[in-house]
Design a protein. Structure first.
Lengths: 113, 113
DNA sequence: ATATTATATCAGTATATAATGATATAATGA
DNA sequence: TCATTATATCATTATATACTGATATAATAT
């Protein structure tokens, strides 16, 4: 096994995963599984603030996970690719099996009572 | 669409994705695609420091993405599930298609020259 | 024209976490 | 025993980023 440190592609892949790596963004993606939604609808569906949703949507769009389309004063967002849903489904399944070990993901062991 | 904010499961799912959302951890996972490795081998394969690798391995284990087995003074790590590889493959593919838009994933638009 | 609605952006704060260097632990070998 | 090797942990620092509240922009409606 030869030595290669972190090439560009790993940075990109990490950024892609980062798009999924936040509960607020996941709730947005989850809402969008039902189809295209305007920002206000996403705000209602998730319970997040408008500002927060807008920031997360920018992130998701920059990550390539969603696409947006303007119609008048509305911006409609949707999942960009079937594989985004596939990733959500796959991790849902995976979680069902390994959830036992995912309580904590810090470098410190779970030291609760 | 009714209102539900962020249930436990979204937190867990986010943590799972977080395991993948770092270039150093991805390089470790990538190394492990070839099969079980001891920590020192991972250090060599990735070029990361021993301490750093050890911290990331703890994270990956806590996230349920890898499992470890002790043999004498060696700890052997391996991917915990075929679906971990599946997720890596799926995002590889997805990246190939949408990479154009993943240059940046900050809330600020890419404002380069 | 003015008000309202939909969305985006900004500045500031708080928190999370990646990396480092040092040290601890524990197994093996001389 | 003592040295070496393999790994884990600790404390610290620096950076990234999630969130908030305020404001800006722009489209529509009255």
């Amino acid at each position: 096994m030869l030595i290669t440190s972190k090439p560009e592609s790993l940075e990109l892949q990490a950024k892609l995963f980062r798009g999924f790596a936040d509960p607020s963004r996941l709730s947005i993606l989850e809402a969008l599984r039902g189809g295209e939604l305007a920002v206000t609808e996403i705000v209602q569906a998730t319970g997040l603030t408008q500002s927060n949703v807008s920031n997360h949507l920018s992130c998701l769009r920059d990550c390539g996970l969603v696409t947006s389309e303007q119609q008048g004063r509305f911006s409609y967002y949707q999942l960009s690719d079937q594989r985004v849903e596939d990733l959500l489904s796959l991790t849902d399944e995976l979680l069902a099996d390994v959830a036992k070990g995912v309580y904590e993901c810090t470098r410190y062991e779970a030291k609760e009572a």
